[in-house]
Design a protein around this ligand. Structure first.
Ligand code: NAD
Length: 453
């Protein structure tokens, strides 16, 4: 496949080839379509969408598998620089599922040849998100872009600007925003019933056990010259890109951004300052340039008052896994993407929650769950643990499926994006500043203007 240049930047209302063909056909019938009517006409043609997967690694394959469970989606292309391995694996699987698609190493070739794409799912390493997303939008294609939007604020800004310039839809991959359990907590428990009272404190964590560096089958190693062409120095760095400055952001960005995004969402606020302690305490600094341990405190000023929010990510011990804990003067909400974890706990001093149980917003508390086990002596200084109300929403689908569905349905004009660029950008600003705060070793204030573009 020969190389061609990426299509040149198009002004917002420029008509691309597909729209042009449709407009010409319409003109033949004597009709002149305004862009909005044209969009509507396209949506009515068929609900099926043509998509490509750009980056078919671990997460690309998770997204591909989730998409395969969604009707009306046709994979037309897969693009990945690990041609003999990830690309081949994804290509073969999609073929097996009956998709008629092409495979590419270079995204520029894909954009030059695939003229019928409605959307691209981008799951390449973070430092590639901005060039990939911007090029796709300039080619007239809607984008699902994995978090972190970019490893730099400048990259994130480029994505926001391109979305505004092209009018294309961009969903950022903070998939909890479409998770029914999270939506229920936000809309029913926090907004409607306000069961937590005034939220004063948050803590959350993602604790992971020690993990060796990611390896690769020697016979499928990518040549050094090809790695360099795509911004990597060698196979070790290519496979473990998240630990390297200039490529990823380390665990606080990789893992923390999902959960810190929930802090902002549930508080309807962005923080005013951040303090953080972190370092590469355990692993080899040569291969783990970003911090393996980060403990961070955000300070928020919300409509109800100040909130202090703690978050930690460690990579040497998996104790208690990952969750977010929202604590108010009347109760606690624990929530996690892991379906096994989650519950609501009423403070003993809070008014009873019977009316919320009667109305079905809350489940009845689990009987005796809070009672100390027989023989356990309760210290007078301890308070009895409050009874647990299980979350009433059960969600057993692949975690990313509702977020992808929301993206596809937004392209069809049936829904609004749950995590558009502006939201992803606020989270990127919030999270990327943590690494700055670790380096600075002092409290850093956010300028409210920083969150806007
Ligand atoms: N939302 C989530 O829950 C979640 C979970 C994991 C990862 N992610 C995100 O997904 C993205 C990918 O992470 P991963 O774990 O799959 O990484 P990975 O290293 O397993 O996969 C990245 C893939 O991109 C390919 N690639 C690299 N540069 C490319 C280029 N220029 N053009 C085409 N292909 C290229 C690689 O060959 C590889 O197959 C990251 O942004 C990560 O933060 C999100």
């Amino acid at each position: 496949m020969h190389k061609q240049d990426i299509p040149k930047e198009q002004p917002q209302n420029t008509i691309n080839r597909r729209s042009f063909l449709k407009t010409s056909a319409a003109a033949g019938t004597g009709l002149i379509f305004a862009p909005a009517i044209l969009k509507q006409a396209r949506a009515n043609d068929s609900n099926d969408l043509n998509i490509a997967l750009l980056g078919a690694g671990a997460q690309g394959q998770v997204l591909m598998n989730a998409t395969l469970k969604i009707p009306g989606i046709r994979f037309k292309a897969v693009c990945d620089i690990w041609t003999d391995y990830n690309q081949t694996r994804a290509y073969r699987l999609l073929k097996k599922y009956g998709h008629d698609l092409n495979a590419y190493e270079d995204y520029k070739d894909m954009l030059a040849n695939e003229k019928d794409l409605d959307a691209v799912i981008i799951a390449t390493p973070d430092f590639w998100h901005a060039p990939h997303a911007v090029a796709c939008m300039d080619a007239g294609i809607n984008v699902y872009c994995e978090k972190e939007m970019s490893n730099t604020l400048e990259g994130a800004r480029q994505i926001v600007r391109a979305a505004k310039r092209t009018g294309k839809l961009v969903q950022i991959g903070h998939q909890r925003r479409s998770n029914p359990r999270y939506i229920y907590c936000k809309e029913k428990l926090l907004n409607e019933a306000k069961v937590l009272g005034r939220i004063t404190t948050i803590n959350g964590q993602w604790n992971r056990a020690v993990q060796p560096d990611l390896g690769w089958p020697e016979k499928y190693a990518i040549s050094t010259s090809n790695l360099k062409k795509y911004g990597f120095s060698n196979m070790l760095q290519y496979r473990n890109w998240r630990w390297y400055k200039g490529l990823g952001g380390g665990p606080i960005v990789d893992l923390g951004s999902h959960q810190i995004d929930i802090y902002n969402w549930f508080l309807d606020a962005v923080p005013k300052s951040v303090m953080a302690s972190g370092g590469t305490d355990y692993y080899d600094k040569a291969t783990h340039e970003w911090y393996d341990t980060v403990l961070v405190t955000f300070e928020y000023e919300t409509a109800e008052g100040p909130v202090r929010a703690f978050y930690q990510t460690i990579t040497t011990n998996s104790s208690q896994g990952y969750y977010e804990n929202f604590m108010g003067d009347q109760g606690t909400l624990q929530i996690s993407e892991s379906a096994a974890r989650g519950g609501v706990y009423r403070e003993q001093s809070a008014p009873p929650w019977d009316k919320w149980v009667d109305s079905g917003i809350l489940k009845a508390p689990v009987e005796n769950a809070a009672q100390p086990k027989p023989g356990v002596v309760l210290d007078v200084r301890e308070t009895v643990a409050p009874p647990k109300h299980e979350l009433p929403v059960v969600f057993n689908d692949p975690y990313h499926k509702p977020h992808l569905e929301n993206f596809f349905n937004s392209i069809r004009g049936k829904e609004k994006l749950n995590c558009p660029v502006e939201v992803g950008y606020e989270t990127a600003v919030t999270v990327l500043k943590v690494n700055e705060a670790v380096k600075a070793g002092r409290r850093i204030n956010y300028n409210p203007e920083e969150f806007k573009i």
